[in-house]
Design a protein around this ligand. Structure first.
Ligand SMILES: Cc1cc2nc3c(=O)[nH]c(=O)nc-3n(C[C@H](O)[C@H](O)[C@H](O)COP(=O)(O)OP(=O)(O)OC[C@H]3O[C@@H](n4cnc5c(N)ncnc54)[C@H](O)[C@@H]3O)c2cc1C
Length: 410
């Protein structure tokens, strides 16, 4: 049986795994990256994910990560209100799938160029622990068994993470939410470039929203994102109904050519422990998907980078600094329970609540840039209070929903 030594074994060559492998290989460490499938990126159909840039802009510059583009402008629509928001925070357009310019492919390729060894068609069968430390990992690669002896192991194998179960860390998982989506990649959308349109509708996109954007070179994406537990038909049905019911969307799609479609789901949850000995989990495997908007790419990149940093420090100092990974993650992403509380509130909102929130956001933005208010809401209490008092009954209705959501979590 072939035996290999390495500094770091990374399980899964998706967003998180390839970013960790790239950072570690660039720093000169020996990295083995194992991917279950025969080709990088085929776990997803060609699609474009949209994700917030907060906390990943420096990382993307340092590692030269390949995004399709970015946008700062978004137009938010509720049932009868809309609001154009020019934010200081970018949205990155992230091409996924197995085409040669997808994020997964370009990043894994860069990791290999930097020295990482990529094993395709390879799966981890067993993590051999001595106490809390992994001593060796049994990998089945193209039918042959390989024993890898790594100093550290990163579990980056996505929402249905096998490494999470093998490590025993799944026992620290609290129930979360499953977010699913159906979308299309299109040409010739009648939309300005680099501006995202976001629609909220409590019945047509239950517990979610619909977004549409032209990313670059006439390449467009549209998707409905929903709370899987609140739908009783295929996501495609919600996508089609929402488009059919909306005059603006019908106009945007008239003359458009659909290139392909994509659908799937990801799990968000609360994993109270993300490290065990010399093992840690990142990205969807660490349940870092944002439970409200379903953004998973940003936390995957951020966690992958922070994980690599803490491993580099450990290797350099011949000690274990993985606890710093958990701390830094908490600092950058915030407390998962608060995000899950927001999800519970979001699930209770109806179309009149969305109208009220969009109108309030617009009013607040006229007085003070919304980015500043979101960053430090405590400094803008008077403004927020005055905005809330513009329609006290509607504010009271939403406040009651916030309180019931809080009680439901007790
Ligand atoms: C339809 C859909 C739309 C989405 N839209 C958005 C969006 O607009 N914005 C956004 O930010 N996020 C979006 N997400 C979520 C986002 O795609 C994920 O959060 C992100 O891909 C997580 O990256 P990851 O590297 O953790 O996992 P993945 O990208 O899932 O990568 C996991 C990798 O591990 C491999 N693997 C799996 N099991 C094993 C194993 N046992 N051994 C070895 N390798 C294994 C897989 O093949 C894959 O290559 C969407 C998800 C779906 C399904």
């Amino acid at each position: 049986m072939l035996a290999l030594n390495c500094d770091v074994l990374v399980i899964g060559a998706g967003v998180a795994g390839s970013v960790s492998a790239l950072k570690l290989a660039k720093s000169g460490y020996t990295v083995i990256l194992v991917e279950k499938l025969k080709k990088v990126g085929v776990h997803s159909n060609t699609k474009v994910d949209i994700t917030e840039s907060i906390g990943i802009e420096d990382i993307s510059r340092e590692l030269k990560l390949g995004f399709l583009g970015k946008s700062q402008k978004s137009k938010w629509f509720a049932f009868s209100k809309s609001f154009l928001f020019d934010s200081r925070v970018h949205d990155f357009f992230v091409k996924r799938g197995s085409e040669k310019d997808s994020f997964d492919v370009t990043t894994a390729k860069a990791a290999v160029k930097a020295g990482a060894k990529l094993f395709l068609d390879s799966q981890v069968e067993k993590l051999e622990f001595n106490g809390d430390e992994i001593e060796s990992v049994l990998v089945k690669s193209r039918g042959k068994k390989i024993v890898v002896k790594p100093k550290f192991v990163i579990g980056a194998d996505g929402a249905n993470s096998h490494s999470l179960s093998l490590s025993g860390l799944h026992e620290f998982e609290e129930k979360g939410v499953e977010i699913s989506a159906f979308g299309v990649i299109t040409k010739n959308l009648k939309l300005p470039q680099k501006m995202t349109h976001v629609f909220f509708h409590s019945e047509l996109a239950p517990g979610g929203y619909f977004f549409i954007a032209n990313t670059h070179k006439n390449y467009g994406v549209a998707s409905v994102v929903v709370n899987k537990s609140r739908i009783d038909r295929h996501e495609k049905h919600y996508f089609e109904n929402l488009v059919k019911s909306n005059k603006l969307l019908l106009e945007v799609f008239s003359g458009a050519r659909i290139v392909n479609n994509f659908f799937g789901s990801s799990k968000s949850g609360v994993l109270t422990k993300k490290t065990r000995g010399n093992f840690l989990v990142v990205g969807d495997a660490a349940r870092l998907l944002d439970p409200v908007f379903g953004y998973g790419v940003r936390p995957a990149i951020l966690s992958a980078y922070l994980a690599a940093e803490s491993i580099e420090k450990s290797l350099k100092n011949k000690d274990n600094y993985l606890h710093e990974y958990e701390q830094n993650l908490l600092e950058k992403l915030g407390d998962a329970s608060s995000a899950h509380f927001l999800r519970k509130v979001f699930d209770r909102l109806d179309n009149s609540d969305f109208d009220h929130l969009i109108e309030s956001a617009q009013h607040t933005h006229k007085q003070k840039h919304l980015d500043a208010v979101f960053e430090k809401p405590h400094l803008h209490r008077t403004l927020l209070f005055k905005t809330a008092l513009r329609n006290p009954l509607k504010t009271l209705k939403i406040s009651t929903k916030i309180i019931t959501a809080r009680i439901a979590m007790l």
